[in-house]
Every structure is written in C-alpha cells, then in structure tokens.
Design a protein around this ligand. Structure first.
Ligand code: NAI
Length: 480
C-alpha cells in the first residue's frame, strides 16, 4: 500500500484505540472475515474505485478494509454529521500496516460533529480522487452520494443550479451551494463521473425509497442494488440492531430510568418493532402510532396500545420516531408534552421531528447539557430533552448497532459490490435486490458463531416442499 491520498479526520493519534476496537469487532463480524478469506485470492474488486457514504463507525472501518482486501481503492465519508467514531476514522486512514506518521490506509473525510457545509465538502472529497477521476461504484446510506451525483448531472445539463425555494431545508440550500461552486469549477464534473459509475449499493430504507423514485421517473443513471431489503439486512439490522442501540443511546444521553415510563414509538415497521422491544425490555409501557393498518394490527396483536400521537402527548415520557417519513412530531405537539419528556429519532433523516419549528417558538431557550443532548425550555418554564438535534440518536448518542448485526448488513454490501463489478453487464439502470441464495449465504456465515446447528433437508423432504436440498428454501414472495 502507498501513502493515503488526502484525508480529513479529527485526530490520527486516535488510530491506536480505533485499531484495538477494530480487532475486537473483526471477531464479531464473521461474515466479513469469511468473505475476505473466500474472495481475497481472486481480488474481484481489483482496481475499482469505491466511494462510500455511510456512518464512519468501527464496524464500517471493518467493511472498508474488507473492500480494500478484495482489491478496491476506497474513499469514505459519513452519511450523518454526528455518527463518526473518530478513532475508527483515524484507524482506517492509518491502515493495518501504516503508522501515524506514514498513514497507508484509505482516504476518510469524516469527524464527529461536522457542520452541514463540512458534510457536503466531505462527500465531494470522497467522490473525487486526487487525479480528478470519480468512483466506479458507490456504497450509500440514505442516498446522499447518489443524490449529489444525480443533482450534479441535472444542473450541469441545465447549465445552472437553481436557487433554493423558501421552504427548502438548510441542508438542501447548502447542497445547492456546493453544486454551484462545482459547476463554476468544472461544468461537466458529475456528468463525467456518472458515466464511469456502474452502480450504487444502498444500505437503508430511505435511500432505497429514493432509488425507486429515481427509477420510476426514468432518471436513475446507474444500477442500484437495494441492500436494505435483503432479509439478512432489514429483518436483522433494522430490528435487532435498533433493539440494542436505541436504549444504548437513551441511556448514554440521559441515564433516565426507562422502567415504568410511558414510551411512544412512532412507526411499527422493522425499526419500530426493534425500538418497541428495546424499551419493553427495560420495562417501559409502550404505545405505538401507525398509519398502515397492517402494522397497526401487528402492534395491537403484539399487545401494544395503538393510539394517535395527540392522545398521548401529555402522558408520554419518551417519544421516538422510526418512520422514515417527515413531520411526525411537530412543534405545537412538543409544546404539550410533560416537563423533561425525552424526544428522539432513529429514522434516517432529521425531518421526523420539527426542530425548525421548535427553534421558532418565541422565547424558547436551547441549552447544551453535553454534545448531542439539549434541553429546550419553553417560556412558561417547562423543558424537553432532545437527543442528537433530531438526528439518528442511536448513532449520535451511542455507537450505533453492534458489530455482529452489522456483519450481516455489510456482508450484503460486500457481495453487492462484487456483483456490480463482476457481473456489470447483467444489471441495467434499475433497482435490484440480491438473489435469495446470497441472502441465505449471509445468514449461513453467521450461524456457527452463535452455535446454531442447521437441519439438512432430505431429498424426499426437499421434493415434497418443492425446493432444492441446498436452497433457496423459500419463494421470493415469502415474508419471514
Ligand atoms: P419501514 O417502512 O419498515 O417502517 C416505517 C413505518 O412507519 C411503516 O410501517 C409506516 O407505515 C410507518 N409510518 C409512516 N408514516 C407514519 C406516520 N406519519 N405516523 C406513524 N407511522 C408512520 O421502514 P424501516 O425499515 O423500519 O425504517 C424506518 C427508518 O429508519 C428509515 O428512515 C430507515 O432509513 C431508518 N433506519 C435507521 C436505522 C438506525 O440505525 N437508526 C437502521 C435502519 C433503518
């Protein structure tokens, strides 16, 4: 490995700690380590430039080094301003063989507590190699890297970047500024870049929704692999990951006793189901809000009260949004909550909780208790505790999901990247999920670590239910 081509992290001296944590994580990430062993000799990603925009955590560090171990030249940014673990970012830059004075790992542009200008700057750096070339593929989480490229192409074709509308979020305004500068600098940067990109592998529900919208509108410029909807991703990371990391975030942020409190979970999809278990496991009484009658019925039959948010505003102690939708808890609703109610979000974007509306309440005061924990005090004296400024609290206030479940997600990411680069011609500019045999493979890679013994079908049994002895064991429409 040569020296790293540019990077920006908080402090390279943290690399020693980061490396130790990565070593522990590697043991808990059997899927990624097995893929290194299986594909390392073939180098299926040799010479491929991969740009990642995904929470720069210890687990992601192990993913980055897995992609590099398969031959890729990787650059990385975080997909959230609060989610970087600075020691992980430093360790990736230094690399397994390098030193602080001679870093030899991958180029990372990420630190905990970026501002929005820095966020988009980091993403631009990640997409731009020192010789000016762009990536061959993207690993995305939430779709911001894909969005940047698509908007860039769109504005380059128009020859101008539009002014933001009055209602546009600050984040979008800053993104447009970033693109305006880029257009002035190089009027065909993103157009050229998009041509060289074979595809993106997308990690999360929100990003996948964006991909399907682009494909529906005929605007998707390259292949999208929907990693989220691998069963071994969304039915594990979204659910068991959140079950672990939601209480972790609430505890590290507030240390408030959860037992006996009334917790309100908005949304009962995969993340909502994990969130409910997380809080029920601590002895909270849990109420769910839902718009989808199927998920509402599931919640009811799981023994939960299903209510409208307005019915529980004055009785709830902890409010968590998990919908991936916008405008879930509005400022006027927060005004009706109890003193020191805890309000937080684990959906991907920060528009689930109306932070802008909260800030506009006349006379309201925001006090930082510690980074990513704030009280908002209303003029009449009542306060709320808001976590991570309405952004993903499990990553902002804690360290996100644990390694083992991220090994499932990131094994899918790695396999998806291998698919993109070894079967390029087989995928069009559409959105695909990975075939079921690969999903089953990811699960299989994780069973031995949990001491699980799998039963083998007999030929007679396999014929009887109409599957192959080696799987896939379910039809594609099966729901798990
Ligand atoms: P999902 O689609 O399975 O669940 C979302 C649920 O919210 C749906 O059941 C939907 O009916 C419900 N919903 C939508 N609008 C609502 C409203 N106004 N009020 C009440 N309920 C409403 O999606 P999934 O996979 O659970 O993901 C949810 C969000 O969490 C996404 O933004 C996703 O990107 C994010 N995510 C976050 C993770 C984290 O580590 N914090 C991990 C994985 C996903």
């Amino acid at each position: 490995a040569g020296s790293v081509d540019g990077f920006k992290v908080a402090d390279l001296a943290l690399a020693t700690l980061g490396r130790k944590e990565m070593t522990l994580a590697e043991h808990e990430m059997p899927g990624l380590m097995a893929l290194r062993k299986e594909f390392g000799p073939q180098q299926p990603l040799a010479g491929k430039r991969i740009a990642g925009s995904l929470h720069m955590t210890v687990q992601t560090a192990v993913l980055i080094e897995t992609l590099a171990a398969l031959g890729a030249d990787v650059r990385w940014a975080s997909c959230n301003i609060f989610s970087t673990q600075d020691q992980a970012a430093a360790a990736v830059v230094v690399g397994p063989e390098g030193t602080q004075d001679n870093p030899q790992g991958s180029a990372v542009f990420a630190w905990k507590g970026e501002n929005l200008e820095e966020y988009w700057w980091c993403l631009e750096q990640t997409l731009t190699w020192p010789d000016g070339s762009g990536p061959h593929s993207i690993v995305d989480d939430g779709g911001d890297a894909t969005l940047l490229v698509h908007l860039g192409v769109q504005h380059e074709a128009a020859g101008a970047v539009p002014s933001p509308g009055e209602d546009d979020a600050e984040e979008y305004r800053i993104l447009l500024d970033t693109l305006r500068r880029s257009l002035a600098d190089n009027p065909s940067k993103y157009t050229e870049m998009a041509k060289a990109i074979v595809g993106v592998t997308e990690e999360t529900t929100n990003g996948v929704n964006r991909l399907y919208q682009l494909a529906r509108d005929g605007e998707l410029l390259f292949t999208g692999i929907n990693v989220n909807d691998s069963v071994t991703k969304s039915k594990f990371d979204n659910k068991y990951g959140i079950r672990h990391s939601l209480v972790d975030g609430i505890n590290r942020a507030t240390d408030v006793m959860i037992a006996g409190k009334l917790a309100v979970i908005c949304g009962y999809g995969d993340v909502g189901k994990g969130a409910v278990e997380s809080l029920r496991g601590q002895g909270a009484r849990v109420v769910v809000t839902e718009v989808d009658p199927i998920c509402a019925l599931q919640a009811a039959m799981d023994g939960l009260r299903v209510m409208a948010l307005d019915e529980v505003l004055s009785t709830g102690d902890i409010f968590i949004t998990t919908t991936g939708n916008r405008d879930i808890i509005m400022a006027d609703q927060m005004a009706k909550m109890k003193h020191n109610a805890v309000v937080g979000n684990v959906g991907h974007f920060d528009n689930e909780i109306d932070m802008a509306g909260l800030a506009k309440i006349p006379g309201i005061k925001k006090v930082e208790i510690k980074p990513q924990v704030h009280t908002w005090t209303f003029p009449e004296g009542k306060s709320l505790i808001v976590l991570s400024e309405g952004r993903l609290l499990n990553l902002g206030n804690a360290t996100g999901h644990p390694s083992f479940v991220m090994s499932c997600s990131f094994s899918n990411q790695t396999i998806a990247q291998i698919e993109l680069h070894t079967k390029t011609g087989e995928y069009a500019a559409e959105v695909y999920t990975l075939p079921k045999h690969l999903d089953e493979k990811v699960a299989r890679l994780h069973l031995p670590a949990l001491d699980a013994t799998l039963t083998t079908l007999t030929k007679v049994q396999a014929d009887y239910i109409g599957v192959d002895v080696k799987g896939p064991f379910k039809p594609d429409h099966y729901r798990y």
